[in-house]
Design a protein. Structure first.
Length: 756
């Protein structure tokens, strides 16, 4: 009668609430995501147009209401479906797989009447575990499933748009960490954080043209801190973003082709405030020619108060209006050419243009020395003669000085045939250290303070130094090292410079020491950590209310971080720190109150890391020691390591001659063994995930065997390797209850068992 049929129907249908939840979370296979390139054809606007959001076309799958089993073929236990079988449902749906006490349980395959197919794990009539969805149009999802919904880790491939997503899912939506490829060639992709199907958090976007954005995202657009590189335009912006537009503080760099024999940084760079992609507010523009403007900007132009330093060292401070000096409207210092196109005569310059005594330098306007602090120490009547003589001394060694600048500025960089790099403060201190400038009764920290324009300030190791500044710093260093040894007061600066050049620079320059720049490949890897180590160094100095750390504080820091072991002891650390400075420790006596510059701090960390990494070289086959490399120290200080750089990277053309091909290949192979920690860690996570799946599968099979009273199961189908896959929301699956009242057909196998 009608009442009995209604009861049978109720027992064969899923719960209404379950269907409702699934209906709200399912999406179709046609999940297309159209991506366009950022605005990259207008470099003058520094633009990176916002990208359109993901367009997920949702096609709701019909929920299977009132499904009943029309026919069943397979094993039974009494009147209940139990074992392997095939169920044909009303409406053309079909299930083939494991049953347990009347429920879909174990591994099976469910095919909807419209062609959608799920193959994977079932638990009590629910799609639960690992499985694969296949849509009629060729789209697939392979990964973890929870209550019939993509949840966990899985991979979704859309046949219509050729997009592929691999990563984490939450209730049918991309959420967590994952990577999405937007084209078949895999040249357009995003890897990073997702929330509710949108790029949200930190991620890397690689565009088909090769352009790359790395940074923070919000609602599918760049928002927060990030770096954008326009590869073909040779431009880069690093700073703050708001809704896909450069707004706030940032740095925009225009790289230029290298000029032969040029020592200038081959780039124009603006660092300051942006409003709607334009330079607006306070900012500093450094020209490739060596000129610098620092002041106010309005709509990409110098406007109102500013300070312009010419290539020859002269300075103008005053008012600007739309890129022009108010008093000289015809003079428009611009960024279009390496050199300033027009410079007013000295007689025409206003008083605010401060002309130094170096305007007629023998070295040329672009190499004018800035040693006024030293000249002020000398009698006024001797200053011009002292300056002239020291310029002659520099001129005699100008070729060597150019080579030194080019060599040290290239340390730690990739080989870049079309670019040169400005010398950084870190590299200059390394040059002084190589030349043993700190072994004449002065520490490197003391020399550092003497050459700073602001002795009380803290100089960043990344501050750039132009060639004329480098030579000026060398003269200042020479004076403070040797002035007390010179008896004659005539030509004092020239004598000190010549002595430093003869006794320190010529014998030692370009003979790189220390772990930072000693090995070409290792240096590129180590430089990935300089910025984060600098932040740590600053924090430690701030905690001690000092500009530098002492050796004692460095030793205590390692103790607080529990770095010491049987191999890396305090004595070993003292040996590392004193390798190039016996004033710290000579084997008998130590001076732990000596200051450490950031360079010495960083190289001491690298030295400690090398001691830790020696275990790998002697025990490569031991898994416990395979992961201890030069990143050990950095990970202890809670750094996140950068990806290992390409093995082919070397210093630059200037450094190529220092390492033979055989030695370089040996260093590369050695580095490959030392720098595998993160890769091995990833593989371990993958293996751990696979083991978890295997254990779960074993437990499932054991449970099924017990439920069947010891019957042998068919070969258990293992769940897909879902570690690498981020999926789409799955189609709905209803609870199917098998009852006596449901019309069924026993298979020949079950009939034979029943007769027996």
């Amino acid at each position: 009668d009608k009442a009995d049929r209604k009861k049978r129907s109720d027992r064969s249908t899923p719960e209404a609430s379950f269907n409702k939840d699934l209906k709200q979370s399912y999406e179709s296979s046609s999940e297309s995501v159209e991506e366009h390139e950022d605005g990259e054809t207008t470099p003058e606007t520094c633009s990176a147009a916002s990208m359109p959001p993901n367009e997920d076309h949702i096609r709701e799958l019909s929920i299977l209401h009132h499904i009943i089993v029309e026919r069943y073929e397979g094993d039974k236990s009494g009147d209940v479906f139990h074992g392997q079988g095939v169920a044909y449902f009303q409406g053309g749906h079909e299930y083939k797989g494991s049953f347990s006490h009347g429920l879909l349980h174990g591994h099976g395959e469910y095919i909807w009447s419209d062609g959608l197919k799920y193959q994977g794990d079932f638990k009590s009539n629910v799609l639960m575990g690992c499985g694969t969805y296949s849509w009629p149009d060729g789209s697939t999802y392979e990964g973890e499933v929870h209550n019939g919904i993509r949840h966990g880790v899985g991979t979704y491939k859309c046949a219509k748009t050729n997009t592929v997503y691999t990563g984490q899912w939450c209730l049918g939506k991309r959420q967590g960490n994952g990577i999405m490829y937007y084209n078949q060639a895999s040249t357009s992709w995003y890897e990073g954080d997702w929330i509710n199907n949108s790029r949200e958090g930190w991620g890397v976007r690689h565009y088909p043209s090769g352009n790359v954005y790395e940074g923070q995202w919000s609602n599918n657009v760049q928002h927060g801190e990030g770096k954008m590189k326009w590869i073909q335009l040779n431009q880069q912006y690093s700073g703050q973003w708001v809704n896909g537009i450069q707004v706030g503080n940032g740095t925009y760099t225009w790289f230029r082709k290298r000029v032969p024999c040029s020592l200038y940084p081959c780039m124009n760079e603006y660092s300051g405030e942006f409003v709607q992609r334009m330079r607006h507010g306070q900012g500093k523009f450094s020209y490739a020619s060596g000129a610098v403007y620092s002041g106010e900007w309005r709509h990409d132009k110098k406007h109102r108060r500013g300070k312009y330093t010419f290539e020859d060292g002269r300075i103008y401070e005053g008012e600007f209006v739309k890129d022009c000096i108010v008093d000289f409207p015809a003079f428009t210092p611009g960024m279009s050419t390496p050199s300033t196109p027009y410079l007013p005569d000295d007689s025409d310059l206003p008083k605010r243009l401060l002309q130094s005594s170096t305007s007629s330098s023998l070295l040329g306007p672009d190499m004018a020395l800035n040693i006024q602090t030293l000249l002020n120490r000398l009698p006024e009547t001797h200053r011009d003669q002292e300056l002239r003589q020291v310029e002659f001394a520099v001129l005699r060694h100008i070729g060597l000085l150019r080579e030194i600048y080019s060599f040290y500025s290239s340390l730690g960089h990739e080989q870049t045939p079309d670019k040169t790099f400005p010398l950084t403060h870190l590299q200059f201190l390394h040059f002084l250290k190589d030349c043993k400038g700190h072994q004449h009764g002065m520490t490197l920290a003391q020399i550092d303070r003497l050459i700073k324009e602001e002795p009380d300030g803290v100089c960043s190791p990344f501050t750039t130094i132009l060639p004329r500044e480098c030579i000026s710093y060398i003269i200042i260093t020479a004076y403070h090292i040797y002035c007390k040894d010179i008896e004659s007061s005539n030509n004092l600066l020239a004598v000190c410079f010549s002595k430093l050049t003869r006794q320190n620079i010529i014998p030692n320059a370009k003979n790189v020491k220390g772990p930072l720049f000693r090995h070409p490949v290792h240096s590129v890897v180590a430089c990935n950590y300089t910025e984060r180590c600098w932040n740590i160094y600053q924090a430690l100095c701030k905690a001690k209310s000092a500009q530098t750390l002492t050796v004692r504080q460095f030793i205590l820091m390692l103790k607080d971080l529990c770095i010491y072991d049987d191999e890396l002891t305090v004595s070993k650390v003292l040996e590392i720190v004193s390798v190039e400075d016996l004033a710290v420790y000579d084997g008998t006596h130590s001076n732990l109150e000596l200051e450490m510059t950031f360079l010495e701090f960083f190289e001491a960390l690298l030295g400690c890391a090398e001691v830790k990494g020696e275990k790998i070289q002697t025990a490569e086959n031991q898994s416990d020691t395979d992961h201890q490399d030069q990143t050990v120290i950095f990970h202890t200080i809670h750094f996140q390591p950068l990806p290992y750089s390409n093995n082919a990277l070397i210093y630059s053309e200037a450094a190529e001659g220092t390492v033979s091909e055989v030695d370089l290949q040996g260093q590369i192979q050695k580095t490959q063994h030392v720098k595998v920690k993160e890769l091995v860690k990833e593989e371990r996570l993958k293996l751990k995930e696979k083991n978890r799946i295997s254990l779960a599968e074993s437990a499932r099979q054991k449970e099924q065997c017990e439920a069947e009273g010891g019957q042998k199961d068919e070969d258990g189908d293992k769940g897909p390797d879902h570690y690498h896959s981020p999926p789409l929301p799955p189609p709905p699956m209803n609870h199917v209850n098998s009852t006596k009242s449901v019309v069924s057909k026993e298979s020949p196998i079950s009939q034979r068992k029943k007769k027996q």
